[in-house]
Write a protein that binds this ligand. Sequence first.
Ligand code: GCB
Length: 645
Amino acid sequence: MGTLIAIFALLGFVGIEAAAINSTWGGLYPRESASREVKSLDGLWNFRLAPLQDPDKGFREEWYSQPLSLSGPVISMAVPSSYNDVTQDKDLRDHIGWAWYDRTFIVPQRWQADKQRVVLRLGSAHYNAMIYLNGKFLTAHEGGHLPVMAEITTGVVYGQENLITVAINNTLTPTTVPQGKIVYKNDPTRYPDGYFVQEYNFDFTNYAGIHRPVYIYTTPRTYIDDIVVTTDIDGTDGIISYNITYESLDARKTSLRASGCSIKLLDKNGAHVKSAMGCVGSIKVENATLWWPYLMDENPGYQYTMIVAVSDEEGNLDLYPQKVGIRVVGWNSTTLTINGVPAYLRGCGRHEDSDIRGKGVDYPLIVKDFSLLKWLGANSFRTSHYPYAEEIMDMADQEGIMIVDESPAVGLSGFGEELMNNHITVMKELVRRDKNRPSVIMWSVGNEPVSNQPAAKDYFRSVVGATREADSTRPVTCVLNKGALLEFAASSLDIILVNRYYSWYSDTGHLEIIEQQTITEFTEWHLLHNKPVMISEYGAGSIAGFHQDPSFTWTEEYQAELMMNNFKAFDSLRSKGFFIGEMIWNFADFATPMGATRVAGNKKGIFTRNRQPKLAAHFLRSRYLSLANATNTETISSCAQNIRF
Ligand code: GCB
């Protein structure tokens, strides 16, 4: 009992219900338009930690009621960034519990004169966030990796300084997604009083901080709240179906005329294609240019822009530019198709991870990573093991990189009702955020649940069902790692993804068994469930610069050879007609907590953490480019050949 109270104290649930604050999280990304202005709050914020042994101190002393610097010593903290690795302070790197940020900002007087609605949006604050504006509680959000939004029209002071305070808590518990637990070491002969550690069932560092950009932005008082777009293909024509929802700050304007919405469709160069009226409807695009994955067409990632307009009774317009890629995802018991053409996924598992910034959004890194993906000839990646930044997803849409969009549900077990409800909430927020993205071709409800527990059956039926209800246009998967014969999640899925580390975690060193075991395993999954299957993780750790011939574990040669043996199995499985893809683990080396089994991080990257290729990257590139050639048409093969080695 004492432990439970201590965990709640650590989470700092100080009488404020985090849930039920807002229903529009994950809505439209803040974009400028003729009616919307966006102001960034990124930069250096003030920062301090709550003491480890007194997590509630900041709430008790109301640190949010005045500038944080008046509560005690503060340091400068970069936003967006994880806070863990930016200083020399070990206590900051390893902190568990509340961390406090604040800064001031000016809201232009003109926004008030123009009667604008003002919204605050954080791309993500990991894990649990409490937000205060000018000393008053504004909103709260549980879960990192997804946006936090609140309307602040009446909460701000115009033309003067406003104070925003964000308290975030990285503590994971048995009902958070992902789960974790705080373990108290109660033996006074071995540990100091109150000593505790955070445990969790995944290997990457649980980086914390305001990880993604923070914006305030305006809309008119009657505004576009959401846009849902689905697309279809009819011969050479594309069909864009849309549903625009709007809201108004002024009660008397809540019911707009049905003709209050209009759409202007522009092509990639901004030329007008078509116009349409009405908040719900469809547009037929004659001879449409379709959205295709990279190396599946000479013009991948093609997107139109819908300029959506909603007018109020007085004729004031809200405008929002919504990109649209016209494409259809299809699937049956053996195949995944894009625009009716079978697609084979050549990709990587990844992490949002780099030195100094941890999981903080970093534009140079985004450009570099997509450059490397294209250099590799990859056409896809999985957002292992949580939703990635919208700035990354924008690039995937634009470059034609297919995404398996994964929730933060990594390593779940127990499968109780509270966990399930939280998981379903996360899936709904994820679908709400990413539903219009052409790059997203599959939802993954999680990675490696302990799905040999019988309770997993009903649990996954519910979570997958809720995801399908939120979006029926994409297949739903969950990444599995239990044996096919004693497993309870697969029956609920549309496509089966499995992680397997033959000759690394089992039969270590025996590269010769990979082909046989992989073929046996994946054939079994297909025969049992009659669904398409793919390998979502395989690989070996290698320390860049370690070489040995004949190959030896941890050398670059072993990693490359392990891959080559897997390729033999994949080719044989492909010829059987149900194997739809392969993703190496991992794109790049990444940070893990300290431990006896990870050598200063997880070294399964085919690139180092600072994105330089290991031997394996060259072999993978050669395979992916030849797969692109083999699976595509003449014209496409010439675009693959144009790529410089
Ligand atoms: C897995 C996990 C991944 C780990 C990887 C490994 O199965 O899905 O998160 O990093 O194994 O390297 O052990």
